[in-house]
Ligand binder design. Structure first.
Ligand code: NAD
Length: 496
């Protein structure tokens, strides 16, 4: 990227107060309530969003239900649905800079990453599920000759999605695109600190020809609008990405309401394991640094636990500390920044508190650990590396969701597996070794939804993403994600 990007033209645009998108119309909250949106770049107020309440959620769910029942989308010819979602993917690409800059202004992700991960992923996600629409067939069961057993998939109805602040467009698209492709209507609630780009995406969907009311966005607080959506008796499926604490509540809300299906994509405490026979230690160190510090550590699959075989431990630690020191933390809309801002002040304070906890518990701070650039008013934190971390320390067990890496030595494969699995989470892992057998054994032994080998991170829409243990249930991405947005319907036909 060069300085010929359109960032300068977009970054200071005044953003009008934002409201819900319900039934294709911009609607304020019934009671007129709003929330301030602060920019993590400088702590200043950017705009306001509507602070949704249960009346607003009711209106949005009713709009989604109406569209489902009248068949405007659910019964549209598959070719028509497909063309609209492909057009949406094209429009996202045409608006890529606008969407990326808008998103960075309220969520703080460094622009180089945001451009690829946000409009880039969202466009490929909509295109992928659009293409899948007319490629999924029903089945005929192998029953006796007298019976025809038909197995079809049909849409569920109203899908509610609740998403977090990191990567709202990408994660939003992972829910919206397969839900729409399967013929459902959707109500999405973005995080209160990252709503702007999803609201814009929903407007662009109208331009692409999505019938008004099929995709609704209600903004506001989790404990108000989110709770109302999760408790709603006319929501058939709740697809969530966020923290385990909220995920637990959503299961309770389902039990207290209509037993809606709840799919949870939750947090992680992912181990990145470096054996001394790793093929390229320099590459491994660079990937370890990138794997924890991109987006200020606000990535669910961050490799926040670095396990290093003891004979290369000190040398590898130095490489990582050196790599971290080279990262430039700064304005996320400056293309030379490697790391942008922490999304909000509360998260920054949580990160700093974990630095204090780690020191109290005896971990050794090798670099970082401080808030920086506070004169800008923004929420910036140094990439932070702790060594001598043991598996029982809180920074080894609890998800921080910040730029903090704990480094732990291990002696052999068995110990690496034992430390790697000593967590409630099971989202991602990395293994670096030249030994194919070790790699395969590790893939089988580590309880995680994805195990990266000789790389950390990297994925595309064709592979499912989901967690084991307390990292969640169900999958986003790939054809597998379509399954959760449709019900199996069988017909048992007596051919007499
Ligand atoms: P969060 O759980 O605090 O909030 C997520 C969403 O839930 C927000 O929209 C919030 O408003 C809403 N919410 C909060 N309380 C609610 C309630 N009582 N009822 C209904 N909705 C409620 O998460 P966050 O801090 O925004 O995001 C960080 C978390 O998300 C981390 O744990 C991270 O690992 C996880 N995450 C997971 C994945 C994945 O794919 N597994 C991806 C990204 C982020």
């Amino acid at each position: 990227m060069t300085d010929t990007t359109p960032i300068d033209a977009l970054k200071n645009n005044v953003i009008a107060p934002q409201v819900h998108l319900i039934a294709g119309r911009s609607e304020p909250s019934q009671d007129g309530a709003v929330l301030d949106v602060l920019s993590p770049r400088d702590g200043r107020q950017l705009t306001t969003i509507a602070d949704g309440g249960s009346d607003d959620v009711d209106r949005a769910v009713a709009s989604a239900r109406r569209c489902f029942d009248n068949g405007a989308w659910s019964q549209m010819a598959l070719g028509g649905r497909k063309n609209i979602l492909i057009r949406l993917a094209e429009l996202i690409e045409e608006h890529a800079w606008e969407l990326a800059v808008l998103g960075v202004r309220d969520n703080g992700t460094e622009i180089n990453m945001a451009l690829k991960a946000e409009p880039g992923s969202a466009a490929s996600t909509f295109r992928y599920y659009a293409e899948a629409i007319d490629k999924v067939y029903g089945e005929i069961a192998p029953t006796t000759q007298q019976i025809l057993g038909l197995i079809e998939r049909e849409p569920m109805g109203v899908v509610a999605a609740i998403v977090p602040w990191n990567f709202p467009l990408m994660i939003g698209a992972w829910k919206i695109a397969p839900a729409l492709a399967a013929g459902n209507s959707v109500v999405i609630k973005p995080a209160e600190t990252a709503s702007l780009s999803l609201l814009r995406l929903a407007q662009i969907a109208l331009e692409a020809g999505l019938p008004p009311g099929v995709l609704n966005v209600v903004t506001g607080r989790g404990e108000i609008a989110g709770e109302a959506l999760a408790l709603h008796n006319d929501v058939d499926i709740l697809a969530f990405t966020g923290s385990g604490a909220v995920g637990r509540r959503l299961l309770e809300y389902s039990a207290r309401s209509n037993l809606k299906q709840v799919y949870l994509e939750l947090g992680g405490k992912s181990p990145n394991i470096i054996f001394s026979d790793a093929p390229d230690l320099e590459k491994a160190a660079a990937a370890a640094v990138n794997g924890i510090f991109r987006n200020s550590g606000q990535v669910c699959v961050s490799g926040s636990r670095l396990l290093v075989q003891r004979d290369i431990y000190r040398e590898f630690l130095s490489r990582v500390v050196e790599g971290a020191a080279q990262l430039k933390v700064g304005d996320p809309l400056d293309v030379t920044s490697n790391i942008g801002a922490v999304n909000n002040l509360q998260q920054l304070e949580k990160n700093l508190n974990y630095v204090a906890i780690a020191e109290r518990e005896g971990a050794k701070r090798c670099s970082g650990g401080e808030r920086i650039l506070s004169e800008t008013g923004g929420y910036y934190m140094q990439p932070t590396v702790f060594s001598d971390v043991t598996a029982d320390m809180r920074i080894a067990r609890e998800e921080i969701f910040g730029p903090i890496l704990g480094v732990t030595p291990f002696d052999d494969e068995a110990e690496a597996v034992s430390i790697a699995n000593a967590t409630d989470y099971g989202l991602a892992a990395g293994v670096w070794t030249s030994n194919l057998t070790t790699a395969h054994r590790m893939i089988r032994s580590i309880k995680a939804g994805v195990v990266h080998v000789n790389c950390y991170g990297g994925t595309d829409i064709t592979v499912p993403m989901g967690g084991m243990k307390q990292s969640g249930n169900g999958y986003d991405k790939s054809l597998h994600a379509l399954e959760k947005y449709s019900a199996l319907k069988t017909a048992w036909i007596d051919l007499g």
